[in-house]
Design a protein around this ligand. Structure first.
Ligand SMILES: [Zn+2]
Length: 327
């Protein structure tokens, strides 16, 4: 009834306007339908910050819009301030090596300390990427360096992030890796997971140690299903067995002392260089929610001592992943 009434009031001059409104609403609908693929459909508040979830099932962290690839500020500071090194480490989803392999290990002057297993064990330590038999080791193989450790698995087995971090690369690589995931870690290392049958993470995604990142496979230059696992420091591969005891499924030592010698096949990761963090020194990696007061209490020290040891002020904003010396 009301419809008829409304129609009866329409003057002939108003018809073009109605058609225009109709068209406009159709266009608006089409526009919104297209937009929904890149639209934020939800937000999630997580320990890592606010997460934006898009209509096309991707997501990103609100705080990370100007992320420059630095996961470990302390390490970055050391590398930047050693003018001898001039190290490159960018954030690129399309290449395996952001320095184009231009970082020269021979320029590392001092030993750099990295923590590869948190001592306060809040569940964010190390997790085996896959618990299997080592079938090929790091080192010279058929006249060239085998840059990682091969672990036996069946196609479809779940491969996990070794440490927490951020996905830098997740796609098919035509130079031999096949489906490859690269994770940049808070501890300052990058890990490579190659020959996967399926990728289940996307670039910029935050992962925790143990999170599934892909399924094992036989893609790329691979003869039989296995995981090719690499550990790299500023693009330079090191022997994963120097850090990880693959039989025990554990980290050998929470302290990784990086010096040029460890990149040589057969070298000892424990051999000391100069200026090694030695003896009683202890470090803490900053996590979400940490305050200087809480870190001081936990380590039976004071905020002023922490500031003195790390050259910071009580008001300094603690970046997640930064290593603070606590003793
Ligand atoms: Zn391999």
């Amino acid at each position: 009834m009301s419809k008829c009434l409304t129609l009866s009031f329409i003057k002939p001059t108003e018809i073009p306007i109605i058609i225009f409104m109709r068209l406009l609403s159709i266009f608006t609908f089409v526009f919104i339908a297209n937009l929904s693929f890149s639209q934020i459909i939800d937000t999630l508040h997580t320990n890592e910050g606010t997460m934006l979830i898009y209509g096309n099932r991707t997501w990103e962290y609100l705080e990370d819009r100007d992320f420059d690839g630095v996961m470990n500020d302390h390490l970055h500071f050391l590398m930047e301030n050693d003018t001898n090194m001039n190290y490159i480490q960018g954030w690129n989803h399309d290449v395996c090596y952001t320095s184009e392999l231009k970082n020269d290990v021979n320029k590392i002057k001092d030993t750099i300390w990295l923590c590869v297993q948190d001592s306060d064990s809040l569940g964010d330590g190390f997790v085996m990427p896959f618990d299997g038999r080592v079938t090929s080791r790091f080192g010279w193989r058929k006249g060239r360096n085998h840059n990682g450790t091969d672990i036996d698995l069946n196609t479809g087995d779940t491969v996990r992030a070794a440490w927490s971090g951020k996905i830098r690369y997740s796609k098919y690589n035509s130079s031999g890796f096949g489906n490859l995931v690269i994770i940049r870690h808070h501890n300052g290392l990058e890990t490579f997971y190659a020959h996967l049958s399926k990728l289940i993470v996307v670039p910029d995604q935050i992962v925790q140690a143990g999170d599934p990142i892909g399924l094992g496979g036989n893609t790329g230059h691979s003869y039989g299903s296995h995981l090719h696992f690499e550990v790299r420091f500023y693009d330079i591969p090191m022997n994963p067995e120097k850090i990880i005891d693959f039989k025990a499924g554990k980290i050998r030592d929470e302290n990784l002392l990086v010096h040029r010698g460890i990149f040589r096949p057969g070298s000892s990761v424990r051999s000391s260089g100069s200026n090694v963090a030695s003896g009683d020194r202890r470090y803490h990696r900053v996590r979400s929610g940490d305050t200087l007061g809480a870190i001081a209490r936990r380590n039976r020290t004071s905020v002023s001592r922490l500031c003195q040891l790390n050259g910071i002020r009580p008001t300094t904003v603690l970046q997640i992943g930064r290593n603070l010396r606590v003793r």
